[in-house]
Write a protein that binds this ligand. Structure first.
Ligand SMILES: C[S@@+](CC[C@H](N)C(=O)[O-])C[C@H]1O[C@@H](n2cnc3c(N)ncnc32)[C@H](O)[C@@H]1O
Length: 397
C-alpha cells in the first residue's frame, strides 16, 4: 500500500480481540484504497484515510454503538470524532477526499509567482503605524450629532476595529439635514475628506466596509471610484460582496433603446459592499471572542448575499436604511466581540443597533439630530445577545 496516498490518523487505545473484530467488521465495508487500519502496537491504532462517504461511515458506526461493549464503543467514538474534526477536504460525489484535493493542477509554484507579482502592490509602501490606541471613554457607545469630517478629528489615530457604513449615494434623496444630489466633484471631495479621517482612525489590520449603489443612470461607478480612492491611500482591497436585494428600483420604464443594440439600459437588483484593510489583511482578536458559527462562516464567505431590503424605513423615519441582517453578517464575519464598530453615516443607527446586540462597542455619527434621536430610541430597546455555550463551555455551532 502506498502510504503517501493516505492521511494517517493515530488513535491511542488499548487493543484487544473484541476491538480487532469490530474494526475488521467496520473497515471491511470500505475499499482499502479509501480507508484501512493497522494495529501499530498494543496501545496504538493507525487509520489510513484517503476518501470516505462520511455520513455513511457515521451512520454505520453510530448504529454499531448499540451492540458493542463500552470499551469498543469508546474507541469507535474516538475514531468518529477524529475523522469529523478534519475540516479541510475536497468533495467527490458523496465522498470527502482527504488527500490531494488541494494540489495545484494548473499553476505551478503558485507561492513563488505571488511573490514575483507582488500581492496588493499598490498598498505595499504604506507607512501606517502598528501602534493601536484606545478610544477615549466619552466616545464609547455614543451616538454623536455632527458632520463626521469634524467629529472624527476628535478621535485618536488607530483606535477603531471596524467601520461599516453606507454614505449618501447622491441620488437626490430627501434627507432631513443633508443635501443629496449635488455636483459629483463636490460629492466626492466631501466624501473623501471623511474617508481620510476614517483611514486615520482605523487600527492597524482593521477594516472599512462601504455599502454603495452606483447611480447607473448618471454612468458614475461610485464603487470603483471609492475603491480607487482607498487603494491610492494604501489600503488593501480585501474584496467585494454583492448584496442581492432582488428588487428593481428604477421607477421609469427604461430599457434604453427597446429591442435595439443602439443603447440598451442595464438593470441592477443588487448593491455592493467594498472591503478594505489597513496595513495587513489580518485583524487581531482572541478566538474566544469570535461568535460566528461554522454554518454562518461557510455560508457568508460566499461573497453574494441574498438579503431583502429594509422594509421598515417608514417606521424609523429614514429614507435609505440597510437591513439589520446585512450589518449582522458584516459584524460577525469581520469583528470580534468587544471590538469597537464605527458608522460615520449612521442614519437610523442600524450598524450600532446590531453592534450592541452582538456585544461590540459602537460609535455612530450623523449630521441629522432627528436621525440620531431615532437611533438612540432604537438602541434603548436592544438587548445584548450572549453567545450560546453548552455546559462544557464549548460554543454551540
Ligand atoms: C444612506 S444613509 C445611512 C443609513 C444607515 N445605514 C441606516 O441603516 O440607518 C446616510 C446618512 O448619512 C448622513 N450624512 C450625510 N452627510 C453626513 C456628514 N457629513 N456627516 C455625518 N452624517 C452625514 C445622512 O444624514 C444619512 O442619514
Amino acid at each position: 500500500m502506498n502510504e503517501e496516498k493516505y492521511k494517517i490518523i493515530t488513535i491511542n487505545h488499548l487493543v484487544n480481540n473484541k476491538i480487532i473484530n469490530e474494526l475488521d467488521r467496520l473497515f471491511s465495508r470500505y475499499p482499502t484504497e479509501d480507508i484501512y487500519y493497522k494495529i501499530e502496537n498494543a496501545n496504538t491504532i493507525k487509520i489510513y484515510l484517503n476518501q470516505l462517504d462520511f455520513s455513511d461511515f457515521k451512520n454505520t458506526t453510530t448504529l454499531r454503538i448499540h451492540f458493542i461493549d463500552d470499551n469498543t464503543k469508546l474507541l469507535l467514538k474516538k475514531i468518529l470524532t477524529k475523522i469529523e474534526s478534519i475540516k479541510s477536504y475536497g468533495l467527490k460525489g458523496r465522498k470527502r477526499v482527504y488527500v490531494g484535493y488541494d494540489q495545484e493542477r494548473k499553476v505551478r509554484n503558485r507561492k513563488l509567482k505571488e511573490v514575483i507579482r507582488k500581492k496588493y502592490y499598490y498598498a505595499q509602501d504604506h507607512n501606517f503605524s502598528k501602534k493601536n490606541n484606545e478610544v477615549p471613554k466619552e466616545f464609547i457607545n455614543k451616538i454623536i450629532v455632527g458632520d463626521s469630517e469634524e467629529v472624527l478629528k476628535k478621535l485618536p489615530d488607530n483606535c477603531i476595529d471596524l467601520i461599516f457604513t453606507s454614505p449618501p449615494y447622491n441620488f437626490g434623496l430627501d434627507y432631513e439635514n443633508h443635501k443629496d444630489g449635488i455636483n459629483w466633484n463636490e460629492y466626492f471631495n466631501k466624501l473623501f475628506r471623511i474617508f481620510k479621517e476614517c483611514i486615520r482612525v482605523l487600527k492597524y489590520g482593521a477594516r472599512i466596509i462601504v455599502n454603495v449603489q452606483p447611480l447607473f443612470s448618471d454612468y458614475i461607478p461610485i464603487h470603483h471610484i471609492i475603491s480607487n480612492f482607498f487603494m491610492e491611500n494604501k489600503l488593501i482591497w480585501k474584496g467585494e460582496i454583492l448584496w442581492e436585494k432582488h428588487n428593481y428600483n428604477c421607477k421609469y420604464t427604461a430599457w434604453g433603446s427597446w429591442k435595439s443594440p443602439s443603447n440598451p439600459y442595464l438593470k441592477y437588483t443588487w448593491e455592493f459592499l467594498e472591503i478594505f484593510s489597513k496595513g495587513t489583511l489580518k485583524h487581531y482578536g482572541k478566538q474566544e471572542n469570535a461568535d460566528i458559527t461554522a454554518d454562518e462562516f461557510k455560508k457568508w464567505v460566499y461573497a453574494k448575499w441574498d438579503i431583502a431590503p429594509e422594509y421598515n424605513m417608514k417606521k424609523y423615519g429614514h429614507p435609505a436604511m440597510f437591513p439589520e441582517e446585512l450589518a449582522e453578517r458584516v459584524i460577525k464575519l469581520f469583528s470580534f466581540r468587544g471590538d469597537v464598530v464605527l458608522d460615520p453615516f449612521n442614519g437610523a443607527g442600524t450598524t450600532c443597533v446590531v453592534a450592541k446586540r452582538l456585544g461590540r462597542k459602537y460609535i455612530g455619527i450623523d449630521i441629522s439630530e432627528e436621525y440620531c434621536k431615532k437611533a438612540e430610541e432604537r438602541l434603548r430597546s436592544v438587548l445584548i445577545q450572549l453567545p450560546l455555550f453548552d455546559k462544557g463551555g464549548k460554543k454551540y455551532e
